[in-house]
Design a protein around this ligand. Sequence first.
Ligand code: CTP
Ligand code: MG
Length: 378
Amino acid sequence: MKHKVSAIILASGKGERAGFCKNKLLVPLCGAPALWHTLEKFNIPEIDEVVVTSSPCDKEKIDSLCKPFGYKVVTGGSTRTESVKNALCAVTGDIVLIHDGARPFVKKELIINCIESVKKFGSGVCAVKVTDTLARAELGMICDRPDRDGMYRLQTPQGFFTDDIREAYSLSKGKTFTDDSAVYCEYIGQCRIIDGDESNIKLTYREDFENDMPKLGHITGVKVGFGVDTHAFGEGSEVTLGGIKIPCDKGLVAHSDGDVIIHALMDALLSAAGLKDIGHYFPDTDEKYRGADSAKLLEKVVELVYDRGYALNNASITVQAEKPRLSPHIDKIIKNLAEILKTDENNIAVSAGTNEKLGYIGQGLGITVYCAVLLKDV
Ligand code: CTP
Ligand code: MG
């Protein structure tokens, strides 16, 4: 018999223990909200339907994360148990896997093993053997030493036939449980354990967000970005480069202040963070940006990029211009950019050169700037 397999991803908690002042699942991890990584793991052919729970206050954000995957979002409850109950009402598969949104490191093989266990044994609960010695303590004093033999730490996903787990939850009335196997065991029967994975941790405390980046398959937690910009010379007696006004026998033609260094830098930053280019955020068709101070626009870009969970590792800027002579101004440019980027001056390099009289640069018609940046996860 071909089964229809649904998954419930629980994302309607508050994340209080993590202390981010918002749902921990919306905090960036490797450039995307933690929840996104969990959602992505369930985007496999073996799963036919995904239902995600959200609290009303996170609904807009969680809706937009789920939309590209075509997942359904339902309102969660005030406890995990209530959230599962709500989600079960929306499930249409005959097998259901219930998973904590806070476990983004789950491997796809584990999800598949869980489904297979339900088909064979009616349930599948991911679990890892306890390897540390166990103790029960009261008021900081050990009072009991339970035998660790046969003891497991239970994880998610936990899979069941939908009818069984629905019945279990409907019998549970107002009682609360910390996982689904507890509900199943109390009202339906024994659960089958399957080998979980030590790396399938639940993000609970702030430290969990700092220690576990490599498990998401990112090589070093860095992203490279590249940006180029060119402006033609026109009327004027000064140019603005890196936010510094420099005397020149011409100005640069532009809708904004024509700061070609900052423009290349902004595009490099946005590109590294996987965002759209500056034209998208500050269109030159918008009167608001006529004569705009590019340094102010850079502040906004920094905010966008840092909001994604990145910090600048370094930026490397190369200016090609026959004029003005830049060497007397480079230290000031670096200092100014470092301030806006909230980084050390050593992380920014600006070099300048002419184009040996070749092409439009060599003829003194304009300036081109190239910029490479490296972002790192925070
Ligand atoms: N969860 C839920 N609805 C709730 C409570 C929790 O969907 N009312 C979800 C969480 O979003 C999380 C999972 O259940 O994915 C496991 O819960 P937990 O790690 O305790 O997360 P939070 O309840 O958000 O965190 P905290 O207990 O620290 O507030
Ligand atoms: Mg909780």
